[in-house]
Design a protein around this ligand. Structure first.
Ligand code: ATP
Ligand code: SF4
Ligand code: MG
Length: 310
């Protein structure tokens, strides 16, 4: 189980950029959470913080507990043991980071050679097995191919295979469907849905993609978590005004965008108040104060409209 507790990230010497604010999430074994939000809302920084991969300019507070141990307190040696073996990360644009000069089978199997002392031949055999479990098709042939012969969707799937090959039970993925056409997105969805032993924390700006790969959705807006609920609840009955606007804006719902505006700047964050108030049609005087996350049944919503449903 992965437990993120009150995680916050600020950047720069004077900490002027609040990239993530007070996010708490529990990813149970075999759970699937999609992190959804617009550009700059802190999705990638959140995943990097969980992996303990942020640069030194980041001031990180809170806890990231993996089976009870705080990843943020681990040293390099402990992190090396953890990454790949217990928790893996496929970065944004990850498919592009495959080495063009190395055959795909060798790359997928590389974590076994690097961290677990396997020889190359054994690792390629295992890579073929894992690629087969993801239903990539012609796996022996694919293993001998170079990445440039792969489509974007196939490269993403190779990255997923690499992420799980060393036995990792938690996969973090950043925008795995970005830039892919519909057929390629289907391939990525299919691969995720074949991961029956792993839990998944997946960043996406695409709510429809999120609905196909997750059981819960966490919505981020301007660094803060604004809603957390079961995926079907978010799509059928979104509560937070931002989530409602986002759901109305998906093509299947008519792409209704009736509150065009920009997310607040980081300077505005420190003035307090609900970050969505400049775009929200329900805004009142009360919204000049930042709302806490209210519990609404099993859901969580950061909006004063739900104050009395606690
Ligand atoms: N290394 C860094 N130094 C300073 N600020 C940063 C750094 N990395 C990210 N930020 C800032 O943190 C905020 C959150 O960035 P993040 O990359 O997490 O957004 P995102 O939700 O992943 O957006 P996108 O959908 O465009 O990928 C942004 O304001 C960004 O400019
Ligand atoms: S707290 Fe106020 S401004 Fe913010 S989303 Fe709720 S109603 Fe809108
Ligand atoms: Mg990002």
């Amino acid at each position: 189980m992965l437990e993120i507790k009150e995680l916050s990230v600020r950047f720069s010497a004077d900490s002027t950029v609040q990239a993530v604010q007070d996010v708490s999430l529990v990813l149970p074994d075999r759970g699937r959470i999609a992190l959804v939000g617009e550009t700059g809302s802190g999705k990638s920084v959140l995943l990097l913080a969980v992996m303990h991969l942020l640069p030194e300019s980041a001031v990180v507070t809170g806890e990231v507990l993996l089976n009870g141990e705080d990843i943020l307190k681990m040293n390099r040696k402990q992190l090396d043991k953890l990454r790949g073996a217990l928790i893996s990360y496929v970065p944004q644009g990850g498919g592009a980071s495959l080495n063009p000069l190395m055959k795909v089978g060798e790359q997928v199997g590389e974590p076994l050679v690097e961290h677990h002392g396997w020889n190359k031949k054994e690792s390629v055999t295992k890579a073929i097995e894992v690629m087969r479990s993801l239903n990539m098709g012609n796996e022996e042939e694919l293993a001998l191919s170079f990445p440039h012969t792969f489509s974007g969707g196939m490269r993403q799937r190779a990255m997923i295979a690499m992420g799980i090959i060393a036995g990792s039970k938690i996969l973090l993925a950043d925008e795995p469907s970005k830039g892919l056409d519909e057929d390629r997105v289907d391939l990525v969805v299919d691969s995720f849905n074949r991961l029956t032993e792993q839990s998944l924390l997946c960043v996406t700006h695409d709510l429809m993609f999120a609905s196909r790969i997750s059981d819960h959705i966490c919505v981020l807006y301007s660094a803060a978590q604004v809603e957390f609920a079961k995926t079907e609840e978010i799509l059928k009955d979104p509560l937070h005004p931002y989530t409602r606007d986002m759901v109305k804006a998906i093509p299947e719902n008519g792409m209704i965008v009736d509150n065009v505006g920009f997310a607040p700047s980081h300077d505005d964050f420190d003035k307090g108040g609900c970050r969505y108030r400049h775009r929200c049609t329900h805004c009142t005087e009360k919204c000049n104060e930042m709302p806490p996350l209210f519990n609404v049944g099993e859901r969580k919503v950061r909006c004063w409209l739900y104050e009395n449903e606690n």
